[in-house]
Design a protein around this ligand. Structure first.
Ligand code: GTP
Ligand code: NAG
Ligand code: NAG
Ligand code: MG
Length: 199
C-alpha cells in the first residue's frame, strides 16, 4: 500500500483566549469560518496533509485553550511540538503584550530548536486595529522568527503561513543545502486581495 505521507509534523498554536487560534485551524484544515465563539476547553487537534517541495507533509495541528486555568494541561504539549505558532489579535493590545509571556512559556517548556512563527490575526478589521504591522514585524524580527498578519474570517495568509512554517521544519529536518528555492504547493491556494495581504 502506498504511503499516505512522507513526513508528519506536530504544530501547536498558543496565544491569549479569543485571538482566533481555533478559527485559524478550522480555516486551514476545513476552509470554513463560523463567528460563533466557543472557547476551547483544554486541548484539541486537526490534521491536514499538504505538499511541500514535492513531499507529502501531514500536519497534526494542536489547538490549545488560551484561558489561564488550562495552562498546566496545555504546556504539557509544548515538548512534542516541532513548530509553535504564537497568535495575537491586531485589535487587542493586551494580546500582543502577552506574546512576551507566551515566548517565556516556550523557553521553559518546549524542545530546544523548535520552529516558531508569529501571527497577528483579525487583519480584516482594520478600523479597530491597535497594533501596527510594523510593531508585529519588529517583534518577530527581534526573535528571528517569521511573521504574517492573517484573517481566519477573510482567509488571508492562512495557508501561506502554515506552509511557510512546515517548509522551515522540512528544510531543517532534511538539512539539504541549496533546497531553499524550490516550489511549495497546496491543492487549493486562494488569493484574496486586502490591505493586510503582504509579501
Ligand atoms: N473579524 C475576525 N474575527 C475573528 C477572526 N478569527 C477569529 N475571530 C473571532 O474571534 C473569536 C474568537 O475566536 P477563537 O478562534 O475561538 O479564539 P481562540 O484563540 O481559539 O480562543 P480560546 O479557545 O479561548 O483560546 C470568535 O468570535 C471568532 O469569530 C478573524 O480573522 N477576523
Ligand atoms: C455556527 O456554529 C454554531 C455553534 O456550533 C451553530 O449553532 C451554527 O449553526 C453555526 N453556523 C453556521 C452558519 O454554520
Ligand atoms: C513548564 O516549565 C516550568 C518552568 O520550568 C515548570 O515549572 C513546569 O512544570 C513545566 N510544565 C510542564 C507541563 O512541563
Ligand atoms: Mg480556541
Amino acid at each position: 500500500m502506498a504511503k499516505k505521507y512522507d513526513f508528519l509534523f506536530k504544530l501547536l498554536l498558543i496565544g491569549d483566549s479569543g485571538v482566533g487560534k481555533t478559527c485559524l485551524i478550522i480555516r486551514f484544515a476545513e476552509d470554513d469560518f463560523n463567528s460563533t465563539y466557543i472557547s476551547t476547553i483544554g486541548i484539541d487537534f486537526k490534521v491536514k496533509t499538504i505538499e511541500v517541495d514535492g513531499k507529502k507533509v501531514k500536519l497534526q495541528v494542536w489547538d490549545t485553550a488560551g484561558q489561564e486555568r488550562f495552562k498546566t494541561i496545555t504546556t504539557a504539549y509544548y515538548r512534542g511540538a516541532m513548530g509553535i505558532i504564537l497568535v495575537y489579535d491586531i485589535t487587542d493590545d493586551k494580546s500582543f503584550e502577552n506574546i512576551q509571556n507566551w515566548m517565556k512559556s516556550i523557553r521553559e517548556n518546549a524542545s530546544a530548536g523548535v520552529s516558531q512563527m508569529l501571527l497577528g490575526n483579525k487583519c480584516d478589521i482594520e478600523a479597530k486595529r491597535k497594533v501596527t504591522k510594523d510593531t508585529g514585524e519588529k517583534l518577530a524580527k527581534d526573535h528571528g522568527i517569521r511573521f504574517f498578519e492573517t484573517s481566519a474570517k477573510s482567509n488571508i495568509n492562512v495557508d501561506e503561513s502554515f506552509i511557510a512554517l512546515a517548509r522551515d521544519i522540512l528544510l531543517m529536518s532534511s538539512k539539504k543545502p541549496g533546497s531553499t528555492g524550490r516550489e511549495v504547493r497546496i491543492t487549493s491556494t486562494e488569493k484574496k486581495s486586502s490591505k493586510c495581504l503582504l509579501l
